[in-house]
Design a protein around this ligand. Structure first.
Ligand code: NDP
Length: 333
């Protein structure tokens, strides 16, 4: 008899109405894969909020365990790269979308999806970073490949008090950048400056319709918001700058013109964390372990238990979560 563990399961009825419940599963219920992991920590990302509430069609196979990332310990493996006892991280690859995800005591996945937990990081540190923080790192690496350095001028971070934004600020500040944080929660100024932001600006400065070109304010930025905000960020980027677009908190549209590209030579860099190749993931996690002050993660993260996941999913969509939520998965054993 296989051991039972708790899981969150999203189901859909004949009328395609989605529901979410806590249930019990065994390893026999898990999907195909060559590595089984005891899930010890996870997190609630914006995408997990969309999946659990059903506000966006993130889940594309039913019933499904949501949760797009986890950290834990390998309990069995037929993959030569992994053995019992290895500490691992998983981000994306369709987990929590088409493959049973993180919100269960165990997860079975393809070994090639896993990366090793970096030396010196706990499973809780890794999930305080999570997909949001790893996406922030991918964004910064993309800006660097485009030649952006602190000497080029300030960088703007939008959605600053959210997960991607908070980690991006902490890393950019540590790398020596002058960081301008754009937030709808100006009450969080002390939090954002504590992470390393030099200036904090109100979200409203960027959320309305953009001019094709506006006064140059920054060398580029990390945009977690999309829509008019990204259009404004582009129109205010100085000559030859670059902007990494990784999110859509305001909207999926991009009401801009070609002016920033053809008159100022600006580059718009697309960031996808889900299918990013393994070599880039390994580089991102290595950089996180050296370029992110782990002390800052404590300020960024709030820890909850397995029972708090569904409530946190609602809160993240309401913009009520500051920084990162870390789930201690002990309650799912
Ligand atoms: P969070 O909810 O933690 O952060 C989003 C932040 O955006 C909020 O905290 C808020 O920041 C701001 N925001 C929310 N609503 C609006 C709005 N209507 N207009 C302007 N700003 C708004 O989410 P994450 O940080 O986890 O993710 C951010 C975005 O990045 C999401 O869209 C997510 O889907 C995307 N993402 C993409 C990935 C990829 O692979 N490309 C991977 C991970 C995330 P504040 O209160 O400071 O204004």
């Amino acid at each position: 008899m296989s051991e039972r563990f708790k899981a969150i399961l999203i189901s859909r009825d004949e009328e395609k109405r989605q529901s979410v419940a806590v249930t019990e599963l065994t390893e026999a219920d898990l999907m195909d894969g060559d590595v089984t992991v005891a899930v010890e920590a996870s997190t609630v990302n914006y995408k997990d909020g969309l999946a659990i509430t059903g506000r966006s069609p993130v889940v594309r196979r039913f019933p499904l365990v949501p949760g797009i990332d986890f950290a834990g310990t390998v309990v069995s493996s037929s993959n030569p790269d992994w053995k019992e006892g290895d500490k691992v991280i998983l981000n994306g690859w369709g987990t929590g979308e088409t493959h049973h995800g993180a919100y269960a005591g165990r997860s079975r996945v393809k070994g090639e999806w896993l990366v090793p937990l970096p030396e010196g990081m706990s499973v809780f540190d890794a999930m305080a970073v999570g997909t949001a923080g790893y996406t922030a790192m991918l964004s910064i690496m993309a800006l660097e490949r485009q030649g952006i350095t602190p000497a080029r001028g300030p960088l703007v971070v939008t959605g600053a008090a959210g997960g991607v934004g908070s980690v991006a600020i902490a890393i950019l500040a540590r790398l020596g950048y002058h960081v301008i944080a754009s937030t709808g929660r100006t009450s969080e100024e002390a939090y954002l400056k504590g992470l390393g932001a030099t200036e904090v600006i109100a979200r409203e400065e960027l959320s309305g319709p953009a001019k094709p070109l506006a006064k140059e304010r920054w060398a580029g930025g990390v945009d977690a918001v999309g829509s008019h905000t990204l259009a404004n960020v582009l129109s205010m980027t100085s000559y030859g700058g670059a902007v990494a677009a990784c999110g859509l908190a305001q909207g999926m549209d991009l009401p801009t013109s070609v002016a920033p590209f053809i008159l100022r030579g600006i580059s718009l860099l697309g960031i996808d964390s889900v299918m990013a190749p393994k070599a880039r993931r390994l580089e991102a996690w290595k950089r996180i372990s050296t370029d992110l002050d782990l002390g800052k993660l404590a300020a960024i993260s709030t820890r909850i238990g397995f029972d708090g996941i569904i409530g946190a999913a609602e809160s993240i969509l309401d913009g009520k979560i500051r920084g990162r939520v870390v789930i201690d998965m002990a309650g799912a054993k």
